[in-house]
Design a protein around this ligand. Structure first.
Ligand code: NAD
Length: 248
C-alpha cells in the first residue's frame, strides 16, 4: 500500500457523495474474461460478428447460441472481494452511485442496489420490436428453439447494448449527474476507451472530484486520475473500504 492510501481510504469513507464506475476488470478475478485482455475477442469471437443489431438480423440463432454460451460461463462466476467491498460501501457513504459497463449482474449478486447499468444486463431478455417485454430469465441453457419468442409474436433479444446502439438514457443521465456531484470518483477496471462511458471520469474531474483509478495497467483515463492504484480491484477495494482489515 502506498503512503497516500491511508488518507485516500479516509477520504473515501468520510465522503458524502461518491460515484464509482466499473468495467470488465472488476469481474476478471471472478473468472469473467475482459474484452481487451482477450485480444478484443469474446469467447473467441469478434464482437462485430455477434454483438451488433446487424448480426442479430442476419443470424439470430447464431447470436443467441453465443449469448447462451456466455450466460452458461457467467452462471459459474461469483462476485469477488472487489464487488463485495463496493456493496459494503453503500452502508458507509450517504450518497453512493454505482455505474457499471458490465452486463454480468455480479454487483447485484454481491448485494449492491440501484446499480446503473450502461450496457444492459445479459440476464434480461427483451422484445426486438420494443413491445414493452423486458424480463429477467436466468435459465441456462435457455429452452430451445432459439431465439426465444416474445408473446407479441416478435423475437426476444439479449438485454444488452450492442455496438452501434445508443446507451439507455436513464442510467446514463443518472451516471452523469452523479459524476458532476461526486467528491470522489472511482474508476475501476476499465480501459476507458468505450465512449460515452469514459467521458464520465472526465466530467467528474472537470467538476472538481478527486478521481481515483484502480487498474493494474495504465489506461486512457490515467491522465485525469489524481490517484492511480496499480493493483487489482479485489486487492485495492477491500483495503480502501475497510482499511483496518488486511484480508482481501
Ligand atoms: P476492457 O476489457 O476494455 O478493459 C478491462 C480493463 O480492466 C483493462 O484496463 C485492464 O487493465 C483492467 N483489469 C484487468 N484485470 C483487472 C483487475 N483484476 N482489477 C482491476 N482492473 C483490471 O473493459 P471495459 O473498459 O469495461 O470495456 C469493454 C466493454 O466490453 C464494455 O462495454 C463492457 O460492457 C464489455 N464487457 C463486459 C464484461 C462483463 O460484463 N464482465 C466482460 C467483457 C466485456
Amino acid at each position: 500500500m502506498s503512503d497516500s492510501q491511508p488518507s485516500l481510504a479516509r477520504a473515501l469513507v468520510t465522503a458524502r457523495r461518491v460515484a464509482v464506475m466499473t468495467g470488465a476488470g472488476i469481474s476478471a478475478e471472478s473468472g469473467v474474461p475482459t474484452f481487451r485482455d482477450a485480444d478484443g475477442l469474446w469467447e473467441g469471437r469478434r464482437p462485430e460478428e455477434v454483438a451488433t443489431p446487424e448480426a442479430f438480423a442476419a443470424d439470430p440463432v447464431m447470436v443467441w447460441e453465443f449469448y447462451d454460451a456466455r450466460r452458461a460461463n457467467l452462471a459459474r462466476c461469483r462476485p469477488n472481494a472487489g464487488h463485495r467491498a463496493l456493496a459494503r460501501l453503500e452502508s458507509i457513504v450517504p450518497e453512493l452511485t454505482l455505474v457499471t459497463q458490465n452486463v454480468d449482474g455480479l454487483h447485484q449478486l454481491a448485494g449492491s442496489t440501484g446499480v446503473h447499468e450502461l450496457h444492459g444486463n445479459i440476464w434480461r431478455l427483451r422484445c426486438e420490436r420494443e413491445c414493452g417485454v423486458d424480463r429477467e430469465d436466468r435459465r441456462v441453457p435457455l429452452p430451445r428453439p432459439l431465439p426465444p419468442p416474445c408473446p407479441c409474436g416478435a423475437r426476444l433479444r439479449p438485454g444488452v447494448v450492442w455496438f452501434g446502439e445508443p446507451l439507455p438514457p436513464a442510467p446514463f443521465a443518472a451516471a452523469e449527474r452523479a459524476a458532476r456531484r461526486a467528491e470522489l470518483f472511482l474508476v475501476v477496471g476499465t480501459s476507458g476507451v468505450v465512449e460515452p462511458a469514459a467521458s464520465l471520469a472526465r466530467i467528474a474531474h472537470s467538476a472538481g472530484a478527486r478521481v481515483v483509478e484502480i487498474n493494474p495497467r495504465e489506461t486512457a483515463l490515467s491522465s485525469v486520475a489524481h490517484d492511480r492504484l496499480r493493483e487489482t480491484a479485489a486487492t485495492a477495494l477491500p483495503r480502501l473500504v475497510e482499511p483496518g482489515d488486511p484480508s482481501p
